[in-house]
Design a binder for this molecule. Structure first.
Ligand SMILES: Nc1nc2c(c(=O)[nH]1)N[C@H]1C(S)=C(S)[C@@H](COP(=O)(O)OP(=O)(O)OC[C@H]3O[C@@H](n4cnc5c(=O)[nH]c(N)nc54)[C@H](O)[C@@H]3O)O[C@H]1N2
Ligand SMILES: Nc1nc2c(c(=O)[nH]1)N[C@H]1C(S)=C(S)[C@@H](COP(=O)(O)OP(=O)(O)OC[C@H]3O[C@@H](n4cnc5c(=O)[nH]c(N)nc54)[C@H](O)[C@@H]3O)O[C@H]1N2
Ligand code: SF4
Ligand SMILES: [Mo]
Length: 678
């Protein structure tokens, strides 16, 4: 910390759900944050942060900020509230928990939280209480469950490669990831590699910012990556471009994949991937000519009903290329898994007297409308389900129920917050303590508050400790301070340097680099596990194919649906939003939808027209952008813009509660829709 009479600079970490987890420096004047900048000493941030976060101080003190507890006075969704004291708010909250538990049992309480704040303390803050009261449990699947499950079927917990390895690659493949939007600090390695003559290949159904900046772009059908990756292996086998000695040494089960691929026809690969045999063979050739290849796998390609299989096929291709054996410029990164700790130290499952029902967060629409016995108390923190959960019209329907009591702990007046019966003000990362590890790099830090809470805001941790105390709970977790809980979790972390002690203070040093990184060693060298082409986990779950194989996404293969709903819709992130965070900056804006010129012509749609996108689940309005960045038949709607009032809708009104082949993840990039000009 640097201080002078006028202002001081304090280190902090970006809390958002972004792989970059930037180190930041906050400038504080008279107790207020006046600016945020990238920490020049952070090895990945290198002094640069995105414009979303540079403008964060404005969000801190914005009129949308919730600064005191409130109760609803208007209709649900209307957003009219009346101020109350914290004492009253805590009383209402605690009494509601007691009342619902007594009348309907703990399972009538449904918690809903996700990654508004990635700090491990506050993100998991509700679990101890939820377990103690026997609430329904939430299966947190909404982001990377399918991708992680796909990776683990063949790699069992192995971490990804350090992103810096890409610097020395001759070919970087951005596979289903829009690096320049969702992982911007990876771009510095692309720039460095290209200076040495390396090429960047982007594989994506549409041309976003990264595809446009690439040396090569390969258009794949949504959900077609499995067929593409397996097609490349088939082409490699046909040319005998596989290193059989390496495969025998470093992997098991390749023969099973080889025999499967020899029985499959080239037509199937083309039909499912949307890529011609010639193009697949050319990709196989490109990879063969570039042994120094780094594959950055995105989560985007896993957001469809065969998403787990797509990841399985890509890691199988990477193993067939020997990329897990490392060497300069060779690597595969999905998530870094830099520090692995015992989440029981944050979630306390031992407080759960008996297992309660588990609800997949992708099925929220169902849970709030059709579950028996019904949910009576819905508690939301660090999440904006009405904007982010699939099948939003069902979520809205559920939130409107008169017999449902909803508590929302929030920083700003989100679409979900408008449906709260009890609305509670939450601190931001600048106002509380937490521990942050990144999923796109290998650094972690503990961060202290930079300023005092704004208004009457409380952290998630403090809120749940106070409620527990009101309910008379005295178990150890409810008596911990935030520092004690962080310290007990740190004690279980794998990846910490041996000489590390928490007391020394991570705050002063800034960050700690995981020992799981070790750039010089291969993934296999570090973990001593062979890559398994035949997954063991299929023994536990016989419906899941043991090897990566061809699969077709449900909605794309359904001829009846295709006949009625002529377009496929994907809904990837927007550069100026972080999921739905910052939606308050764009109130009243619909966002755009990319439409191919041929489709626009046939529907008499001009660039700039408002269009209504419709399917069996709902509708959403967007502004048409007529462009060849997308292909015929594919609509691309980026960004989770907020619906402007209770009668409008968002892009998730069109997405489905259907889940992925493995991991039970959501299928945000797989919806059939039709479209009309407004
Ligand atoms: N600016 C910004 N950054 C973000 C976010 C944000 O909302 N805004 N969100 C953050 C979060 S929570 C996450 S999980 C990550 C997600 O970031 P990514 O891992 O990048 O995942 P997505 O953005 O869902 O999709 C990435 C790309 O995959 C493409 N895609 C969609 N379907 C397919 C497919 O079937 N095959 C292939 N090959 N590509 C496909 C999309 O068109 C998109 O260009 O980003 C994080 N970073
Ligand atoms: N159609 C479609 N839907 C998607 C996606 C997509 O690509 N397409 N992406 C999905 C993905 S990958 C993800 S990860 C999810 C993300 O879904 P969410 O985790 O809901 O993420 P956000 O939309 O960023 O909303 C987080 C909310 O938490 C609040 N918040 C932040 N910090 C705190 C805190 O410390 N305490 C409390 N109480 N509140 C806090 C913020 O103000 C914000 O409103 O969305 C998913 N939804
Ligand atoms: S959102 Fe991502 S890129 Fe932007 S400051 Fe946060 S971690 Fe860095
Ligand atoms: Mo995510």
């Amino acid at each position: 910390m640097i201080r002078n009479a006028e202002h001081e600079y304090k280190k902090t970490v970006c809390p958002l759900d972004c792989p970059d987890s930037c180190g930041m420096i906050a400038k504080v004047e008279h107790g207020k944050v006046v600016s945020l900048a990238g920490d020049p000493e952070h090895p990945v941030t290198n002094g640069y942060i995105c414009r979303k976060m540079r403008n964060y101080p404005e969000r801190l003190y914005n009129q949308e900020r919730i600064v005191y507890p409130q109760v609803r006075v208007g209709k649900k969704g209307e957003g009219r509230f009346q101020r109350i004291t914290w004492d009253e708010a805590l009383h209402i909250f605690a009494e509601k928990i007691k009342d619902v538990s007594a009348r309907y049992g703990g399972e009538a309480i449904l918690p809903y939280q996700y990654a508004g704040n990635m700090g491990v303390l506050n993100r998991n803050a509700g679990y101890a209480l939820y377990h103690k009261i026997g609430a329904s449990r939430l299966n947190e699947t909404i982001c990377s469950a399918a991708a992680g499950a796909g990776w683990d079927m063949h790699l069992q917990g192995v971490p990804g490669s350090p992103p810096e390895l890409a610097r020395d690659a001759d070919l970087i493949v951005a596979w289903g990831i829009n690096l320049k939007v969702t992982n911007i600090h990876f771009w510095q390695y692309v720039v460095a590699a290209r200076k040495r003559g390396a090429r960047l290949l982007v594989i994506d159904p549409y041309q976003g910012e990264t595809a446009k900046a690439a040396d090569e772009y390969l258009q794949v059908k949504p959900g077609g990556d499995g067929a593409l990756a397996l097609g490349v292996i088939k082409a490699m086998l046909e040319k005998e471009h596989v290193d059989r000695n390496m495969l025998a040494r470093e992997t098991t089960g390749f023969a099973a994949l080889e025999s499967y691929l020899s029985c499959t026809s080239w037509e199937e690969f083309g039909r499912l991937s949307g890529v011609s045999r010639e193009r697949i063979e050319a990709l196989a050739g490109l990879l063969y000519q570039h042994p120094k290849t780094f594959i950055r796998i995105g989560i985007g390609l896993s957001r469809n009903s065969c998403g787990g299989m797509s990841v399985r096929a890509i890691v199988s291709l990477a193993a067939a290329l020997g990329l897990f054996n490392g060497g300069s410029g060779r690597g595969v990164l999905l998530t870094s898994r830099a520090f692995v700790g015992d989440t029981a130290k944050l979630r306390f499952p031992e407080l759960l007297a008996k297992p309660t029902r588990m609800i997949n967060m992708a099925h929220l629409g169902h849970a709030l409308t059709a579950l028996t016995p019904p949910v009576r108390l819905f508690i939301v923190y660090s999440c904006n389900p009405l904007s982010v959960a699939p099948d939003a019209s069902m979520v809205r329907h559920g939130l409107s129920r008169d017999d449902l009591f909803t508590v929302v702990h929030e920083q700003v007046m989100t679409p979900t917050a408008r449906y709260a019966d009890l609305l509670l003000p939450a601190t931001t990362f600048l106002e509380n303590t937490d521990l942050y590890t990144g999923y796109g790099h290998f650094e972690m830090a503990v961060v202290k508050p930079v300023i005092e809470p704004v208004g009457e805001a409380k952290s998630n941790f403090d809120l749940f400790q106070e409620i527990a105390s009101r309910l008379g709970f005295t178990d150890v977790p409810f008596r911990q301070s935030s520092e004690e809980r962080i310290a007990s979790y740190i004690a279980t972390l794998k990846g910490l340097p041996e000489d590390f002690t928490y007391d020394e203070g991570l705050v002063a040093t800034g960050w700690i680099t995981s020992t799981r990184k070790r750039l010089e060693e291969s993934i296999r060298g570090r973990w001593q596990k062979p890559f398994r082409f035949v997954s063991h986990s299929s023994e536990e779950n016989p419906q899941v194919p043991p090897i990566a194989c061809l699969m077709e996404p449900c909605e794309q293969g359904d001829v009846e649906l295709i006949a009625r709903l002529p377009f496929a819709l994907i809904t990837p992130p927007h550069p100026d939003l972080l999921n739905s965070t910052f939606g308050e900056r764009y109130k009243g804006e619909f966002g755009t939808v990319l439409v191919h010129p041929d489709d626009a012509r046939s529907l008499s749609i001009n660039d700039g027209d408002n269009v209504k996108i419709i399917n069996l689940r709902g509708w959403s309005v967007r502004v048409a952008r007529v462009t060849e960045d997308t292909c015929k038949g594919l609509l691309v709607a980026t960004g989770l813009f907020w619906e402007s009032d209770a009668s409008s809708s968002g892009i998730n009104d069109l997405t489905s509660q259907k889940t992925t082949d493995i991991g039970d993840g959501p299928t945000y990039h797989e919806s059939r829709v039709s479209m009309v000009r407004l």
